[in-house]
Structure formats: C-alpha cells, structure tokens
Unconditional design. Sequence first.
Length: 80
Amino acid sequence: MRKSTEGNSIWANLKRAAEALVKKVIQIRTTAEAWSTTTSSHLAAHFRSAQKGLGTRREKQSKEAYQKRTLTADCALATQ
C-alpha cells in the first residue's frame, strides 16, 4: 500500500509543479506582450515627435540660410 501512496504523491507533486510552470509561462507571456505594446507605442511617439522636430529644424535652417544670404548681399551692396 505504501508504494501506491508514494507514487500518488510524486504524481501530485509533478502535477502541481507543471501547473505552477504553466502559470508562470502565462504570466511571462502576458508581461512580454504588454511591454511590447507599450514599447512600440512609446517608440512610435518618439518617431512622430522626431519627424515634427526635423521639419521644424529644416525650416529654421532654411530661414537662417536665407537671412545669411540676404545679409551678405546687403553688406556687398554697402561696400560698393
């Protein structure tokens, strides 16, 4: 009788360990999916703001270049 009780407790322990492992895998997968979604949203926001900033920077550089050309032309006219 003792052998069957030991066998049952081993199977019960294995079953509990397997259930705990499955729970942990589900928890890890859920956390990873949430992290992935958050990260891609976060990166998308950075990308959008970088695109906006890049457009503004280009406009600013273009404006500065125009002002330098105009100033250079004005100086050239003044020295003649």
